[in-house]
Design a protein around this ligand. Sequence first.
Ligand code: ATP
Length: 236
Amino acid sequence: MPDELLEARGLDAGYGRVKVLWGAGLTVREGESVVLLGANGAGKTTLLKVLLGLLPAWSGSVALAGADITRLRTDHRVRRGMAYMSELAVFPGLTIDENLRIGGQFAEPRALRARMEELYGIFPDLAHRRRALAGSLSGGQRKMLGVAKALSGSPRLLVMDEPSAGLSPLFVSEVIEVLGRFRGGGLALLVAEQNVTFLDLADRVYTLDGGRVGFEGTVEALHADRALERAYFGLK
Ligand code: ATP
């Protein structure tokens, strides 16, 4: 049975005349966690933006739960269950509560209220400061708010751009722990990272190099490839 939730094929995209993605494709299955590894400038953000419809695909296709969404507007993709956590993650000029409401703007009001209470239970630091501006939080707390905001719409697929950026190892493990809870409830994840920080939660890994997908496989298979292991794990 096909259980592909997200399926991207042959994506070309870029900025102006500059082509950044060269036939990039990947699959995320229902409830699966996929990590997209790529160095600075490899095209990770560009690929995620095309998946969300924030940047048009020049060619290729994106399907969500079997439906072609290549030309769908971002808000319609979000209504269908996608959520995006960018590197900035939150609106600093809005309160914590307002950020969560924006994250869940397409949810039914009662469902959103229940979800926000659930999230405040998981993130007590945020619960204590609901009316504080997101910009007043520390970097780590801001990222936590970013995770909560992305989850407040109860997505089926959460797409995250470098969640570890600017986070201490302690916060990274906290984010992984929180995501683990939602994975248990069927949430699928696609996490773009420059390093191996989030591999603990990966069912499968893709590598992106110069806008092209290279390796695809399990974390064990990545370890078994000595060149890739050297590139991403920093081993001799
Ligand atoms: P990073 O870790 O730095 O975010 P990345 O893998 O996410 O890297 P992208 O941000 O997708 O990479 O950038 C890929 C390429 O596209 C880079 O060469 C970058 O300079 C270029 N690029 C990104 N955004 C734009 C833009 N708005 N206009 C022109 N070129 C861009």
